[in-house]
Design a protein around this ligand. Sequence first.
Ligand code: HEC
Ligand code: HEC
Ligand code: HEC
Ligand code: HEC
Length: 295
Amino acid sequence: MTREYQICLKCHSDYGYNDDKLYQVSNTRPQLGSFLGGTFSGTNGLTRYTNQGMEFAAKANDGLTGADQGEPGGNHGSWHPVLFPTGRTLAVRGGLGNTMWLAPWNRVNTDVGNLTMYCSDCHGSATANGVSAPNSGKPWGPHGSSKNFILKGDWDLNTGLNQQDDLCFKCHNYTNYATRQSIKSGFCCDKDNNLHGYHADKITSGIKCARCHAAVPHGWKNKAFLVNLNSVGAEGGQPANTKVGTAYSKFTQAPYYLDAALRIVNWKKSGSWLAADCGWSGTNNDVNWMKSTCK
Ligand code: HEC
Ligand code: HEC
Ligand code: HEC
Ligand code: HEC
């Protein structure tokens, strides 16, 4: 063994348990709460574990042939780079500055896109605001945490509201994602360089990451962990390419859809998103669609 994930996946994949291999709603994987000490069944809608081997390795196979690395155009898979890098450098992501990431992920400008990370960068005991390394005196490793799923910070439907110590903001800059800021994001550039901050400002009830991003941030079929209610498939318990709900409805289906709202009409390269790229259809894809959905 040369990598941490190799030991995790001995148990956290179908190497360790019987799996119907259904992507992703399963009737055979271990149930939450069937062991003493685990997270309660029903947390973020989950009643069974997901298969981390499938989540991370599906994209590993694609990525190793190069298919989903970098920005091949149109839609493509996404992943936190545990098995291998994304190839999505700051330049590929639309010319971002590295202040979108916190230390140590932004150590040098060439890090993002070329780095890998550990399962235990996210899974471990709770850490201080804006820090993913263990608190002084605490070991690395997923031994235990005061947070659900042995995470270093909270992660739920309200992440993005006024909760700076939530998991995502151990590595992604809270100020730049959840408050009004114009530091460039790949979610850019209709109206503003940073449509995260723009939405945080416009949605009076506050920005919630899970409205647009998948609820299990391991590996995902669409770019940037984006949900797309215009095209849900087996991962949401639907036939391939199902347009779920009605024009302004949201969608909840564990494990991946946690009151999700985003609908995409056109997939765009990083840094070239327009308001008209989101909506129910090619005639209901504008700011009014957004207002009706998110008010
Ligand atoms: C970028 C952060 C991040 C990384 C890296 C990461 N996880 Fe997770 N993991 C999460 C989050 C967030 C959840 C909670 C998902 C939810 O609320 O449904 C989670 C949930 C889990 C769960 C319990 C729920 C489930 O879906 O089965 C297991 C087991 C797990 N992760 C294992 C792993 C393993 C093994 C690795 C490395 C191969 C890994 N994780 C890497 C963020 C991460
Ligand atoms: C020998 C088997 C084994 C190995 C190896 C292993 N795990 Fe686990 N893991 C388990 C079992 C069993 C549970 C369920 C515990 C429970 O529910 O009480 C679990 C639970 C978890 C959970 C979810 C806990 C919750 O709150 O529901 C996470 C996250 C996790 N493991 C991450 C990891 C990571 C990361 C690694 C590698 C560093 C790893 N595990 C290695 C067996 C293993
Ligand atoms: C431990 C650090 C860490 C945590 C915690 C973390 N991320 Fe990340 N995330 C990264 C890094 C590093 C990258 C960039 C990987 C690269 O391209 O090299 C990344 C990339 C991403 C991407 C782009 C993925 C792609 O394939 O292009 C999204 C979207 C994302 N993170 C969302 C989230 C969300 C939402 C959360 C909270 C649930 C979260 N992250 C938690 C470190 C983290
Ligand atoms: C209104 C929908 C929406 C919401 C809400 C949202 N995002 Fe995003 N996010 C996007 C889109 C679209 C992209 C894809 C940018 C691209 O094409 O590269 C993205 C990309 C990202 C990236 C990749 C790096 C970058 O900036 O381009 C990260 C990290 C990220 N989001 C984190 C978050 C976090 C954390 C939250 C909650 C505070 C959040 N997002 C809420 C739509 C959203």
